[in-house]
Write a new protein. Structure first.
Length: 160
């Protein structure tokens, strides 16, 4: 019995997705969907909403003693925790930032290059380029009002 074996690699490592760089003039909502899909494939989509990049850890014994000595009214049965930077989340955020930066033009990059987390970068891009902003509405209106159907093409070809 001769069997054929094929190696299976992760889709994230074998699939290269070409996403046109966003330059501020093309459709931000479509670009945003493509970037979110790419980040989702790579397991980085959660970084777009995680502003803190921290994790909750229980206090060490010495930290518990400091808290207990400072506050006699605390409940000794409660589990005391603290927020600490999460190196995994920080690394994922850096990866997401790199992907986003690789898919924006120099003009857009100059507007957002000082942001340090993927969530803050993503939030700013949304503020700058979502359709509800005045320049984007004006741009969409100009595109709409200047649209001319070509009679030699089918309707669905004209809409593309």
């Amino acid at each position: 019995m001769g069997g054929s074996f094929t190696s299976h690699r992760s889709m994230a490592t074998t699939t290269r997705v070409e996403i046109k760089a966003f330059d501020g003039d093309n459709d931000f909502s479509l670009w945003k969907m493509r970037i979110m899909a790419q980040l989702g494939v790579l397991g980085l989509k959660g970084t777009l909403t995680d502003f803190a990049l921290t994790k909750t850890e229980p206090l060490t014994k010495s930290e518990e003693k400091q808290v207990a000595s400072g506050d006699e009214s605390s409940d000794s049965s409660a589990v005391l925790t603290k927020e600490v930077p999460d190196p995994i989340k920080i690394e994922k955020s850096k990866q997401a930032i790199n992907i986003i930066i690789n898919h924006i033009s120099d003009t857009v990059l100059r507007k957002v290059n000082h942001y340090k987390t993927a969530a803050t970068l993503w939030e700013l891009l949304n503020e700058l380029y979502m359709e509800t902003s005045l320049p984007n509405r004006i741009y969409a209106q100009l595109k709409f009002y200047s649209f001319r159907m070509m009679t030699s093409k089918m309707i669905d070809q004209n809409v593309r």
